[in-house]
Design a protein around this ligand. Structure first.
Ligand SMILES: [Mn+2]
Length: 368
């Protein structure tokens, strides 16, 4: 009955027209020429690829100015290599003057997500994303978005969605932009292995062809700092295999992205269907969940594990969450890791048909 109009899917051409119209209206109302493009904290390749593509779209197709800003450092060696090799240039959102912008375009995230900081009173003009939107359990009228929303959960990468905008607007991505979009699709779909639509395939192949392939190779296998290997040693010692899952609760980690890095690593264990890795960094506890190729439901699974605590997000095979640690940090950290371990073992135990896992499952098998 209600909201029937919003259920009608727009064509790619209509999406470009709607975005153009939204930005032009904001420009005319604010008298400002510049759009701020923002994504989630410590952006991953898909977030960066989508942001770089969006900047090209706004500047070339809409003839406006755009700035990409990020929050939080980029730690992962592959992601740092992407910035370096493609000469990407991002401003620090926490150090900039937001008053010169007409508003925000958010990519690869949504305004209510815990790892996303919306600066001051800048209006959100558009949201382009492929993550599961949060379930709405309050008054639906109060939640009605005033901004343009293009959220397609079935698409493998936000970068692919932005690629489609560029194609429809008649803009050919240059080598840099194509490289960034390619890295985004590569990372979020595991090189088209899962969660893939025709659009992801088109974006992957077309952008691969246009990119500097030498740079792509250097991004995929960058040299790694010594800290990576120390972290790996700790992770290998502390991780346990419980049935078809690897659980690695690492205590304090060298950087928050080490958590997702190790989750990506452990899920490759033979016969492993999912990996969950956690670690604390500067007062927060980070969690990353991965499911193996052909599986899905990472977002739902992490939701069940967290039981409404903290914030989390994700899609098919990838999910991440964050919990605030209390004072004293050490005690709080031990407690959180104990709770997560018990919760996960209970979930596995139920899956095997009993309420409690047996003692062998409870202790887990060391990986190294
Ligand atoms: Mn993404």
């Amino acid at each position: 009955m209600e909201n029937e109009v919003s259920e009608i899917e727009l064509t790619p051409k209509q999406r470009v027209a709607a975005l153009r119209e939204t930005l032009e209206k904001a420009r005319d109302e604010s008298g400002k020429e510049r759009v701020l493009i923002l994504t989630h904290r410590s952006p991953d390749p898909d977030a960066m690829g989508a942001a770089v593509g969006m900047k090209l779209l706004i500047e070339e197709a809409f003839q406006m100015r755009a700035t990409i800003a990020t929050v939080g450092r980029i730690h992962r060696a592959e992601n740092q290599a992407m910035v370096r090799e493609l000469e990407l240039d991002f401003s620090d959102s926490e150090k900039m003057d937001h008053s010169k912008f007409m508003g925000l375009v958010l990519v690869d995230t949504q305004p209510s997500f815990g790892h996303t900081t919306i600066p001051g009173d800048l209006p959100v003009l558009a949201v382009i994303d492929h993550h599961e939107p949060p379930s709405i359990d309050v008054d639906p009228d109060a939640q009605e978005a005033t901004h343009l929303e293009d959220i397609r959960v079935g698409v493998g990468a936000t970068s692919s969605m932005v690629f489609e905008y560029l194609c429809e607007a008649g803009i050919q991505p240059d080598a840099r932009t194509a490289g960034a979009i390619f890295c985004g699709v590569r990372y979020d779909t595991g090189d088209l292995a899962e969660g893939v639509t025709d659009l992801d395939q088109r974006a992957w192949f077309d952008c691969f062809r246009r990119a500097d392939q030498g740079a792509l190779q250097r991004i995929q296998r960058p040299s790694l700092p010594a800290a990576y290997f120390s972290q790996l040693a700790i992770a290998l010692r502390s991780a346990r295999q419980h049935g078809n899952m690897v659980l690695g609760l690492l205590g304090e980690v060298v950087n928050p992205e080490a958590v997702s890095e190790m989750a990506d690593f452990f899920v490759r264990l033979e016969d492993c269907r999912w990996s969950l890795v956690g670690g604390s960094y500067e007062g927060d506890y980070y969690l990353s969940l991965r499911t193996s190729v052909g599986e899905s439901g990472a977002y739902n699974l992490l939701g069940v594990i967290l039981e409404g605590k903290g914030s989390f997000g994700g899609h098919g095979r990838i999910a991440g969450g964050r919990l605030a640690l209390d004072d004293p940090i050490d005690t709080s950290l031990r407690e959180i890791e104990r709770e997560i371990r018990e919760r996960v073992l209970l979930i596995i135990g139920r899956g095997a048909g009993s309420d409690e896992p047996d003692s062998e499952m409870r202790l887990g098998r060391p990986l190294a």
